[in-house]
Design a protein around this ligand. Structure first.
Ligand code: VAH
Length: 319
């Protein structure tokens, strides 16, 4: 019986979450979906895959019912910078898609994971050691959908008893899939450019500090939260989680420890710089640590070493 459905399976998180879920539940138990057709070599193609537009509520509900889905990981979203370019599309995908998932899950009593983001905070939120419970007035459309999404998820948990949980992902760094349309994407692009060109031009300024996390930590946090004892959870949507924070200059210096000739340049994109400066610099993740035992495994040095090693290995295979 198919148990798990993932939306947005071709995205940066989905590309690693689907294989992790298949290792945990078994390949045939995890249905990967995305609005796009799947490229043959994509990691989410190692098992069941169907095209799904999560803004189509009937199609989504039919898929959940047909496969008797018991857990939904709803990753489909338009990220921060792309949402500023097309706020109407981002609202439809991020809010109508979420509403459809919560309504369908309510009707079949499925458990749901919905990622939030540090983007759920705004410029008048305390930006250092940002509390779990604090003011949330983001000034980006993406951030508005993240705050609204958190509130809608907590409403479904309270009003309908839906077991929906979420994490406020920091900037995520991974080597499996490129991110798309995000403000933290520089921290992924820099590695590919370091290996190909030994230089990178950052669209964020050198001292722009943001919370970041290596994808293996984010995937483990996601699975650990979803398996946590619900009786211990005083929060649900969504938990602050923190691994490390860095600036583009600090990340470049860490790369230079491995590639001394690496050169970093800057051409600041005003839109993404303004978005980044509205976000926290570091987070208080004590609630996640106390309520379900969150602990990061990768710091800036560990992430950098592993990213460079894994990308170099992949480059050798592609030769
Ligand atoms: C973005 N990577 O840049 C996403 C994320 C915290 C940032 O939400 O939009």
């Amino acid at each position: 019986m198919l148990k798990v459905l993932v939306t947005g399976a071709l995205g940066q998180v989905g590309s690693e979450l689907v294989p992790a879920l298949r290792r945990f539940y078994g390949t045939e138990q995890v249905l990967a979906t995305d609005i796009r057709g799947a490229p043959a070599e994509h990691p989410s193609l190692g098992g069941p895959y169907e095209q799904l537009d999560c803004t189509n509520g009937n199609a989504l509900r039919e898929l959940l019912e047909r496969h008797r889905v018991k857990v939904v990981y709803h990753l489909a979203a338009i990220l921060s910078a792309r949402a500023e370019a097309d706020p109407q599309l981002a609202w439809r995908v991020n809010m109508e898609g979420l509403y459809n998932v919560l309504e369908a899950a309510r009707q079949i009593n499925a458990q749901v994971f919905v990622p939030s983001s540090i983007a759920a905070f705004g410029p008048n939120t305390p930006q250092d050691h940002t509390p779990q419970d604090t003011i949330q007035r983001p000034n980006t459309l993406y951030g508005v959908t993240k705050v609204a999404g958190e509130l809608l998820c907590d409403y479904y948990a309270l009003r309908f008893g839906l077991d929906v949980r979420g994490l406020r992902y920091p900037g995520l760094i991974s080597y499996t899939a490129h991110p798309g349309g995000g403000t933290t994407d520089y921290a992924v692009e820099i590695f590919h450019h370091a290996l190909r060109h030994n230089q990178y031009t950052s669209f964020l300024g050198p001292d722009t500090r943001l919370p970041m996390m290596y994808m293996p930590d984010a995937i483990r946090a996601t699975l650990e939260l979803m398996q946590a004892d619900p009786a211990r959870l005083r929060h649900r949507n969504a938990f602050n989680i923190m691994a490390f924070s860095c600036t583009p200059a600090e990340l470049a210096a860490e790369i230079q420890k491995h590639r001394p000739g690496f050169k970093m340049h800057y051409a600041v994109d005003p839109l993404r710089q303004a978005i980044a400066e509205s976000w926290p610099r570091t987070l208080d993740d004590s609630a996640a640590r106390e309520e379900w035992g969150w602990q990061p495994h990768y710091d800036l040095a560990g992430m950098t070493a592993d990213m460079l090693e894994k990308l170099a290995e992949r480059a050798l295979k592609e030769v």
